[in-house]
Design a binder for this molecule. Structure first.
Ligand code: MSP
Length: 660
């Protein structure tokens, strides 16, 4: 048995939680649950990052005293954990006394190591990202990370001798090639360090909303110095408590930080350097996932294109949302969050594939064997049974391995391979035909047994991602508690067990995209936090409906033709103010001219776009991006982690030509 200390980023409380925050929290939760099923002891931490100028200003804007504002928005993140059934063991707030003690203790240690000195910072600061931006890195005078306006600062400041850690960091990266996943992120950080590190300003004097620097309370700590320490605070670091040392020794060496890719530098560079200076071990592992995109741009409060997780749990249920995000985003890659994609996955994978299997397997045992699990002698198996048994055993192993590697999307794909296999097994066996002749009794018994037993395994394998559905399937099979993965194997469903009635797991959602859009606010911005903002509790999913016919996730030609792809000519192109990625295009689509906002600015300067012949989705519902209404979407291909490349067609084609 081993230990796993798992953390999410602590979230800024300048805005209400959205699907982006919910995702990292659900991903970490799925991994925490899988490790517990593997018999590990897990300590799972999440929480809120409450200091800094951004939060201070958001409180002023909301007309609330900053501590009261902080209490309120932090509570919304705590509520998010409850709504999403997050199995965290602790929820940390950086405004808690225990955290002040830890942050001041690490500061003192770094000071004692001779790595802090006093100076004056003069330069640029991005309040959205809470980072200092060297002049040379500004892009058109704006923050290179988020595209926001930067502010000029000139104030007394303490500095951390980051430059001293250039070599130790490079040595560490060399000796720990699997420090960051995916691997290419490590290369990015290495290249950055190799280019040379400058000392880092780690205190501010121009505002007060932060942790006072020990012995010099005119300064508050730089919010990242404060925030990163949260991972130590939760283990009792700085508390002076004797038991804390044991906790620290037990958990710290096992830590894995789950983060979004935009904060890799802080976690893989600043954080190890602070720790090295304080004489503490560097974190074991960093998992950096990609971004959820909406309309081609990162879902973010500052772009105003966020999806509220509550809207989606309301329509698709909690398991529907958890399944979608964990299936749709492979580790490290970006993924698009859209109502269409969610509806398709829900109906194909959950309502049809899994829902069908559950209802068939359970109903047949009730219909043909009075709800009692029949016996299935191993030596009576034929090729069909043996295939299914082998596939089940192989899927157990592959899913365990995938979770170990944080390949949750792959684990779900493998599990769905098994779901489809059992559905096919049932169709090939046709129990409804076997049941007509008593001479087939033994084959019918085997069929019913294997279908129900494989369903038991599937419930166990989806447990970390869909804990509610797993529990409900177990309930139908008469199993009371979760099955540990350490002993999970084929053929342990007890013969003679009494099954409970079928309970429709994922009733098909018979809604058009337009109806669905009316129920979600995915294309609108979430209101800024105010004194009145409340987080609604998760309502139950829709009432059960009849099980849907079996289908896979492939689409018909009619489905494809619903997407109106057309050739368009770019007439005008201009950068979108405050955005690094977005460009505003005026395009000719043959019958009209329209405005499209596209996330291609990093790859194509506006003047290189005018005159191009491109392909667009012409019948996409209008969406607002950075306050501009976009009427359509530009098609572009993006290699993993790379820039978009426009899909092009022969320029002689007239605007408006249909692409099919
Ligand atoms: N407070 C810092 C983190 C300090 S950790 C010591 C911070 N907070 S944040 O509120 O901006 O949250 C950022 C994190 O939220 C990302 O790293 C990611 O985990 C999650 N996400 C926010 N928007 C996201 C997407 N659009 N897509 C995926 N994850 C996103 O940075």
């Amino acid at each position: 048995m081993s230990e796993s200390y798992l953390t999410t980023p602590i979230y800024y409380i300048n805005a209400q939680p959205h699907v982006g925050h919910a995702y990292t929290t659900m991903l970490t939760d799925a991994i925490a649950r899988s490790r517990r099923l593997m018999g590990d002891h897990v300590f799972f931490l999440t929480g809120t990052d409450e200091h800094g100028q951004k939060v201070d200003r958001a409180a002023q804007k909301a007309n609330l005293p900053t501590p009261q504002f902080a209490d309120q928005v932090s509570a919304a993140f705590r509520q998010m954990c409850r709504d999403l059934k997050i199995s965290n063991d602790d929820f940390i707030r950086t405004t808690e006394p225990r955290h002040y003690a830890a942050a001041q203790e690490i500061w003192r240690r770094v000071m004692r190591a001779g790595d802090i000195y006093k100076g004056e910072y003069e330069g640029w600061y991005c309040t959205v990202d809470e980072i200092f931006v060297p002049e040379a890195q500004l892009v058109d005078g704006k923050c290179p990370t988020c595209g926001s306006k930067v502010e000029r600062l000139k104030e007394a400041s303490y500095y951390f001798r980051l430059s001293k850690y250039e070599k130790p960091l490079l040595d560490y990266y060399r000796d720990h090639p699997d420090f960051i996943r995916p691997e290419f992120r490590l290369n990015e950080v290495r290249t950055f360090v190799e280019a040379g590190l400058q000392d880092l300003s780690i205190s501010r004097t121009s505002f007060k909303w932060g942790i006072p620097v020990p012995d010099d309370p005119k300064h508050v700590m730089y919010v990242w110095f404060d925030a990163l320490t949260n991972y130590l605070t939760a283990l009792g670091f700085g508390s002076g408590d004797a038991a804390a040392e044991d906790r620290f020794a037990r958990w710290w060496p096992t830590v894995t930080h789950f983060i979004g890719k935009e904060i890799v530098r802080q976690h893989a560079l600043y954080w190890p350097a602070f720790l090295m200076s304080a004489g503490l071990p560097v974190p074991r592992k960093i998992i950096a996932h990609g971004f959820w995109l909406m309309g081609g741009a990162k879902m973010s409060k500052s772009l105003g294109n966020v999806a509220r997780y509550q809207d989606y749990t309301q329509v698709f249920g909690l398991d529907g949302l958890r399944y979608f995000v964990l299936r749709e985003m492979p580790l490290g890659q970006d993924a698009s969050f859209s109502d269409e994609a969610m509806l398709t996955r829900f109906n194909a994978d959950l309502a049809n594939d899994l829902g069908n299997l559950v209802s068939r397997a359970i109903t047949m045992v009730h219909r043909y064997r009075d709800g009692r699990v029949p016996t299935s002698p191993v030596d009576g198996r034929d090729a069909l049974d043996r295939d299914l048994v082998a596939a089940t055993a192989a899927t157990i192993e592959s899913v365990k391995a995938c979770f170990g590697e944080i390949h949750v999307s792959q684990a779900l794909q493998d599990t769905w391979g098994l779901v489809r296999h059992v559905n096919k097994y049932i169709v090939e066996r046709a129990p409804w035909v076997l049941a007509k002749d008593a001479a087939n009794d033994a084959t019918l018994d085997r069929t019913l047994y294997h279908a129900a037993d494989t369903l038991r395994v599937i419930a166990a394998l989806v447990d970390p991602v869909m804990p509610d559905a797993a529990g409900r399937i177990r309930g139908m099979l008469g199993i009371d508690s979760a099955e540990p993965w350490t002993s999970l194997q084929v053929g342990t469903l007890a013969p003679g067990a009494q099954l409970r009635p079928v309970d429709a797991l994922f009733p098909r959602i018979e809604k058009t995209i337009e109806e669905l859009r009316g129920m979600t606010t995915s294309n609108e911005s979430t209101p800024a936090p105010t004194a009145a903002a409340a987080t609604p509790a998760t309502p139950a999913p829709a009432a059960p409906a009849a099980p849907a016919p079996a289908a896979d996730s492939s689409i018909s030609i009619d489905d494809f033709m619903k997407v109106e792809l057309r050739v368009a000519k770019v007439l005008e192109a201009e950068a979108v103010p405050k955005s690094k990625k977005l460009v505003k295009l005026k395009v000719d689509v043959g019958t009209e001219q329209r405005t499209i906002v596209a996330g291609i600015a990093e790859a194509y300067p506006p003047d290189q776009l005018v005159g191009r012949t491109i392909v667009i989705v012409a019948n996409l519902k209008p969406a607002k991006l950075m306050g501009i209404e976009s009427n359509g979407m530009v098609l572009a291909a993006s290699p993993e982690g790379g820039l978009p490349n426009l899909v092009s067609v022969d320029p002689s084609l007239p605007a408006g030509s249909r692409v099919r």
